[in-house]
Design a protein around this ligand. Structure first.
Ligand code: TRH
Length: 397
């Protein structure tokens, strides 16, 4: 079975018929991105009328990321421990799903696959959801089939589904009401939001810091100290806090003249609002990058480091696809190369103005341009619908 990606132009406004049940499988490698992306996907599908079971090997982060999710208080989504998918008692009560999503190439539990192969006549539409990248292979590989060669599902077909930034990819997660909420987040809402976090707005540039521990924070602090009328740095817990501590250990007076607030872990909804409220967002990995894009505010992305150095090409591909102007490009290169070359790369302050017209206009224009493309869930539903309509789901027996 080969299901070609739908031409993007046909997807706008298309209401894919809700599938009965979707199973999403996710293994947490590290950090928060795996669970963050899979949860957003699950919640978005549920909001569009689908029933979703999310199978996780480590669901702890959901307690703060999506309050109520673990207690089953999120309409349309249930969260299940990974091992339960191999439990015969659990399997015997499961309604078969129409769609399986294998998050980031995690292998599905064999007992789960075997149960399906033995008990149900029609195989699910099986999709391997890949990591986000702007590299050229994404357009080439999006939608390609991958036959299962052995095991209980031998003869079935998985499909690669690649998120991306261009119309020939699977697009980006964007809930149907996200941009309306962002537009309605005016100065009154911003003030109330910040007040809720205990932050008084004194008119300084508000800068959110969500980065890995090796980010060149000392250099950033030096840049922020020179800003007029001042800067207020909002530091997220975990690695960003460690990066701050490392900077202060290096230069104890690094924060002089700066306001610094350490934030608690916020729900994803509040995290989005934090990005909308800030003048400049430092984000990392995959999901927070996408949210910074939708915020339409200036941002700097720290890419998830890979041992083989492959992240450099990935960063360059991103900067080209989003048409980053020179100051934005410079900032990204500096922010990401520190520690790799072992050099103290100077950050060009003159080119760094969180409220600069170049940066503001580029970020806002990019958000509008990307919003013209069909979002990931719309595309996934269309993909599934095409496979179902064509009757191409193989028989299991
Ligand atoms: O945590 P990350 O570094 O995750 C990474 C990347 O996804 C990377 O691509 C992947 O390979 C690796 O994990 C295994 O960054 P990311 O993707 O931005 O995920 C962070 C999530 O945490 C995102 O969903 C936003 C959420 N978040 C909150 O909801 N509240 C918060 O207060 C914070 C700080 C984050």
């Amino acid at each position: 079975m080969q299901v070609s990606p739908m031409p993007p132009s046909t997807l706008h406004g298309q209401a894919a018929a809700p599938a009965d049940v979707w199973d999403i499988f996710c293994r947490v490698i590290d950090n928060f991105g795996d669970v963050g992306v899979c949860w957003r996907l699950a919640a978005d599908l549920a909001a569009r009328g689908h029933t979703v079971r999310l199978w996780l090997d480590d669901a702890q982060a959901l307690a703060w990321m999506a309050p109520g999710a673990l207690e089953g208080r999120w309409p349309g989504v249930t969260v299940h421990p990974w091992n339960a998918a191999s439990d015969p008692g659990v399997l015997s009560t499961l309604r078969p799903a129409q769609v399986w999503i294998e998050g980031f190439g995690c292998e599905l539990p064999e007992a789960f696959v075997a149960w399906r192969a033995c008990t149900h006549e029609v195989a699910p539409i099986w999709i391997n959801l890949e990591y986000l990248s702007a590299e050229g292979f994404v357009e080439r590989s999006h939608g390609l089939p991958s036959p299962v060669m052995s095991g209980p599902a031998k003869g079935w077909i998985k499909h690669f589904f690649y998120p991306g930034f261009t119309p020939r990819t699977g697009g980006l997660l964007r809930e149907t009401d996200l941009l309306t909420h962002r537009r309605n987040f005016g100065s009154h809402e911003r003030k109330a939001f910040l007040h809720g976090l205990g932050i008084a707005d004194h008119g300084e540039a508000l800068v959110t810091l969500f980065c890995y521990a090796n980010a060149p924070v000392a250099a950033l602090l030096a840049q922020l100290r020179g800003l007029q009328p001042g800067a207020h740095l909002l530091v997220t817990p975990g690695q960003a806090t460690s990066a701050m501590e490392a900077a202060l250990a290096q230069t104890p007076q690094a924060c002089e003249g700066l306001r610094v607030t350490h934030l608690p872990l916020l729900s994803q909804t509040m995290f989005d609002q934090l990005l909308w409220a800030s003048d400049l967002n430092f984000v990392r990995g995959e999901d927070s990058l996408v949210r910074a894009l939708w915020a339409g505010r200036p941002f700097v992305w720290q890419i998830y480091p890979q041992d083989d150095g492959a992240h450099r090409a990935k960063l360059q591909a991103f900067l080209s696809v989003v048409g980053a102007p020179a100051p934005v490009r410079d900032w990204h290169l500096h922010w990401n190369s520190f520690g790799l070359a072992g050099e103290d790369l100077p950050l060009p302050r003159a080119r760094f103005e969180p409220r600069s017209e170049v940066w503001d206009a580029w970020a806002a224009g990019l958000a509008s341009r990307l919003a013209q493309q069909a979002d990931l869930v719309t595309q996934l539903c269309a993909f599934v619908q095409a496979a179902v309509t064509d009757g191409r789901a193989p028989k299991t027996r």
